[in-house]
Ligand binder design. Structure first.
Ligand code: SD4
Length: 360
């Protein structure tokens, strides 16, 4: 690099840093040589003022309805997503999110969650134990700490300092399922476990309950056009102690950009992390793809890299752009997403997928 180019690069970085320090609101565009903000590419879609909330899987219907109690009254998207995903976090029949989530292979229920708003504010917790609403702890991380992600003991300590109650999250039913699993201790993530009856074993033959993974990811846009997202899970059942999935990783399980839209994911988190999945979906929307096209491309990246493995694993993406358009795509048949707005509060839409054979 020539001295002149080095100098120009340094000036640009310097200008950028001083704008950030000043706290001014950055426009979409890059910073030009004079240090002024240049106009960036215009977002493809105009913002909507029609409130809408979407979330993963059929348990998203009830979660959306809770979110709608806030959105429908003109409330803030961030409050709506936090309140909405608390529904599956509290549901004792749901063994993949919050209380009653299936434990890791050593019997500990450990939870992952993240939350993000349109301005890039975000917070997350990972491997958090004993707290029934990890999404609310994630929001506190966002609003009351200088950090983005707290994990394990530190996350628990912070939650307790914030007044959250320490609880036993392993229910007798989940404990029984874990003991059943210990008989073989075979770790085998199942596809679309959420669509089976809770706790009945399902067609995967997993002892004590088929739903060994399924996450709620929720995206909302409120009547003022503000976007927000939340994602919460107990992760893969019987996972290794300390394992963290995509859900609390900003850019993997969740990403929101107020100029473009938001995305969230469900399925085998390792595959989503490898591809920075939700960030990728939002960036593809920035380049002009619809939410559906962006989700499909993100899924295809995984499939291309993992052609054999992808035949037996599930990953699904769900996206909402700032115009209120919704899209989704999954590797396997069986992924669905719930959509709620002023017209219809209990919509459930089957996602398109790469493979059409149902393994569930
Ligand atoms: C994880 N992505 O921990 C989560 C699990 C999940 O549908 O979404 N299951 O990897």
């Amino acid at each position: 690099m020539t001295d002149r180019r080095r100098f120009l690069k340094a000036s640009v970085l310097g200008a950028s840093a001083s704008i950030l320090a000043w706290g001014g609101k950055l426009a979409a565009g890059p910073i030009n040589r004079s240090g002024k903000l240049a106009a960036g590419p215009a977002p493809r879609t105009p913002p909507t003022t029609v409130a809408r909330v979407v979330s993963t899987w059929d348990f998203g219907i009830a979660a959306n309805q809770a979110a709608w109690t806030i959105l429908g009254k003109g409330g803030h998207a961030l409050d709506a997503v936090e309140f909405g995903v608390q529904v599956p976090e509290s549901d004792l029949k749901n063994h993949s999110v919050g209380r009653a989530g299936y434990p890791d292979r050593d019997g500990h229920v450990s939870l992952d969650a993240s939350i993000m708003d349109a301005d890039g504010n975000c917070g997350a917790v990972a491997a958090l134990e004993h707290i029934a609403h990890p999404i609310s702890v994630a929001r506190r991380v966002m609003e009351r700490t200088p950090h983005v992600l707290l994990v394990g003991e530190g996350a628990l300590q912070f939650a307790l300092e914030q007044g959250f109650k320490k609880e036993e999250l392993l229910t007798p039913e989940s404990e029984m399922a874990w003991h059943e699993w210990l008989k073989t201790a075979k770790y085998q993530p199942s596809i679309n476990s959420e669509v089976h009856d809770y706790g009945k074993g399902g067609s995967t033959g997993m002892p004590g309950g088929a739903n060994n993974h399924d996450t709620i990811g929720m995206l909302a846009i409120d009547a003022q056009g503000r976007l927000a997202g939340a994602c919460t899970t107990s992760g893969m059942a019987w996972k290794m102690r300390g394992r963290v999935g995509d859900s609390p990783i900003i850019g993997a399980g969740l990403y929101v950009d107020g100029e473009i839209g938001g995305a969230t994911s469900t399925g085998v988190g390792e595959e989503v992390i490898r591809n920075a999945g939700s960030f990728l979906v939002v960036e593809l929307m920035r380049q002009g793809r619809t939410p559906h096209e962006a989700c499909k491309e993100a899924v295809m990246r995984i499939v291309k890299k993992r052609r054999e493995a992808s035949k037996t694993l599930q990953v699904g993406f769900l996206a909402l752009n700032r115009a209120g358009e919704v899209g989704a795509y999954a590797i396997q048949h069986g992924f669905s997403y719930a959509v709620c707005d002023a017209k219809k509060q209990d919509g459930l839409i089957p996602s398109q997928s790469v493979y059409t054979t149902s393994y569930s």
